[in-house]
Design a binder for this molecule. Sequence first.
Ligand code: FAQ
Length: 317
Amino acid sequence: MLETESPELEAEFTATVTADGRIEPRDWMPDAYRATLIRQIAQHAHSEIIGMQPEGNWISRAPSLRRKAILLAKVQDEAGHGLYLYAAAATLGADRTDLTEKLISGRQKYSSIFNYPTLTFADVGVIGWLVDGAAICNQVPLCRTSYGPYARAMIRVCKEESFHQRQGYELLMTMMRGSDNQRRMVQESVDRWWWPSLMMFGPPDDSSPNTERSMAWRIKRHTNDELRQKFVDMSVPQAEALGVTFPDPELRWNEERGQHDFGTPDFAELMRVVKGNGPCNAERIEHRRRAHEDGDWVREAAAAYAAKRAARAKGVA
Ligand code: FAQ
């Protein structure tokens, strides 16, 4: 019998989700729920791994040993996040090698934001502040997502992302206390990253094919537009404290709504980037493919070592 053909199990699943309970790996779940989670968790994992590249670009050029050590630690954290997430996807039956191949062959996505170049060291600070800031806004609610392993992975990820955000903000504060050139560099970087950061939240709700069902299943706890609004409201006072502006002439406080009004991101650009035509898509995937191939011998050695240990344990060798 197909999984989806059991009304009792389906009712139990719905009752658990509706009561804000957690679905665990061995629980019954609809096929489409499993497929949605694999899609989202895999995209999330790929984003963490590809997300190491833009900042990794600056490790060898960080202006001091302290900044280099901080950046190294941050980039390493992102690798860890990717691994927790691939492990969460594995609990749903997804094979990590298969997911990696899907990423490299363009059959699975990763966040649009990592297809933009990092042109100056200020970008390291702005990525920490705005990109990690947007990631936190999106991921804190995921600590309450309905699938247990994903929700638990998010707790640690969010703690680390908060640290990343603060290090970015602290770096920018330091630059803003520096020379006119440094201040200009920060503003120029903010101007480039603001709109792509807003696009991280996805298409608007009325053209987001997955939101309604993911909200009903409590995979997503807020819609794309709700989170985008929250991010804008959170970022405006931080920009004021820093002494920078956002490149949006429509951005202003709306007393009636108790929220900021803001301009519409260029969603056509988002779709172009998501489809593989952003400034760095080809470079990011090529780098990932090369890194994966370079790691072949490590995977082979680890598999051979595991086989040897297993054989020894059985007393064969
Ligand atoms: N980029 O129907 P929706 C980070 C796709 S981690 C690329 O609204 P959904 C840490 C979407 O997947 C950043 N694709 O989809 C870090 C869907 O594809 P489909 C990643 C996008 O899933 C910081 C289609 O468009 N975070 O930054 C984007 O309900 C610094 C239709 O969209 C996560 O992955 C996009 N921006 O909502 C690392 C968080 N937007 O159906 C290093 C978890 C949409 O064709 C340095 N994910 N798409 O396969 C989510 O919360 C959701 O998946 C959304 C999209 C909100 C991203």
